[in-house]
Design a protein around this ligand. Structure first.
Ligand code: CA2
Length: 141
């Protein structure tokens, strides 16, 4: 089984500011955590982080027929991007949407998610562990 993990804008800044919301661990820590869990399960994982909506759309298109699952935290694009939603629909790969924070407990504009209209599962507010839960969900089939 192979899985693509996509993270959107500012996720590369984790651990630098807003530690009260996102914790003190970094993007590299997140990648290592997911890699370790994937290794234990015999799952192959690729990672992609971008601050650009178009690059995320292109990476999703490139995933067509190459991955069994996608784990995506579209970050701020969650709340705005029909383009990312359409790309996910186009490639038709089973997708889990993850948010480190509980977006429903935050500002009103974070309550909207376009990607949720396609995702098979949405995990919010479980910190980095949400990505591991997403991996487990994809492994369950
Ligand atoms: O809770 C999540 O995972 C989010 O997707 C994170 C996004 C936010 O825009 C979403 O509403 C919820 C933000 C990503 C990281 O942003 C940082 C901001 C300041 C310092 C470090 C990271």
């Amino acid at each position: 089984m192979n899985v693509l993990v996509i993270n959107g804008p500012n996720i590369n800044m984790l651990g630098i500011r807003e530690k009260n919301i996102y914790g003190s661990e970094t993007y590299d820590d997140l990648v290592n955590l997911i890699k370790k869990s994937a290794d234990e399960k015999g799952v192959t994982v690729d990672f992609f982080q971008s601050n650009s909506e178009g690059d995320i759309v292109t990476r999703i298109q490139q995933a067509y027929e190459k991955y069994d699952g996608i784990i995506i935290n579209p970050a701020a694009y969650t709340h705005t991007s029909v383009a990312i939603l359409d790309a996910l629909k186009a490639v038709s790969i089973k997708t889990v949407e993850v948010h480190i924070s509980d977006v429903d407990e935050r500002e009103e504009f974070r309550h909207i998610s376009y990607v949720s209209l396609y995702a098979s599962k949405v995990i919010k507010g479980h910190g980095f562990n949400g990505y591991i839960e997403a991996l487990n969900y994809l492994c369950e089939g």
